[in-house]
Design a protein around this ligand. Structure first.
Ligand code: AMP
Length: 190
């Protein structure tokens, strides 16, 4: 029987977090819950929440904590997440969201996928997307430092945080992540 596994992955934009989360979700057979993907899908579908989300996303701002927490609460209540666990990607992004998540679910591990700022800037500039102007990149990374970095302290205090070196090939980084997660799962089921 598989042990339900509840994970949060933190990491700067451009850290390879999305790709690694997809791989990990497949590896552990748990739903990959990416709030960015959910919001983009809702915006595309033109739902009321999607239209509200789009305005924030277009400005590069975070949605209010209550709104995004409601979206995540609904998703976590679905049977797949309730039974098998989940991998949260892009949530929580603020300490308020982390507190709200604490009321919704028990976490096994929070992984901080660590890639130095200079390197993610290089990567994002190289991919040359229209929204990747140097100013926009700097703003998103500053926002991450201001609002999301304090989460690492929050989770460290709870004994849930593990920092994984995100520099290397996709396969190498995936192996490091799986090793860190398996270590925690074994400790838990021992
Ligand atoms: P992402 O793809 O994770 O960078 O998310 C894209 C956009 O969706 C962000 O720039 C925010 O506007 C919004 N968003 C995603 N997740 C959250 C969150 N946890 N809290 C607030 N806004 C979010």
């Amino acid at each position: 029987m598989t042990v339900p596994t509840s994970l949060v992955v933190l990491g700067r934009q451009g850290s390879g977090k999305g790709t690694q989360c997809a791989r990990l979700a497949e590896h552990y057979d748990i739903p990959h819950i990416s709030t960015g993907d959910m919001l983009r899908a809702a915006a595309e579908a033109g739902t009321p929440m999607g239209r509200e989300a789009k305005a924030f996303m277009d400005r590069g701002e975070l949605l209010p904590d209550e709104v995004i927490t409601g979206v995540v609460a609904e998703r976590l209540a679905q049977p797949d997440a309730a039974e098998r666990g989940f991998l949260l990607d892009g949530f929580p992004r603020t300490v308020g969201q982390a507190r709200a998540l604490g009321e919704l679910a028990a976490l096994d591990l929070v992984v901080d996928l660590d890639v130095p700022r200079e390197l993610v800037v290089e990567r994002m500039e190289a991919r040359g997307r229209a929204d990747d102007t140097p100013e926009a990149i700097a703003r998103r990374l500053d926002l991450y430092e201001e609002q999301t970095r304090p989460l690492t302290r929050h989770y460290e205090e709870q004994g849930l945080l593990v920092v994984v070196d995100g520099v290397g090939s996709m396969d190498e980084v995936e192996r490091r992540l799986v090793a860190a997660i398996d270590e925690r799962r074994q400790a838990r089921s021992a």
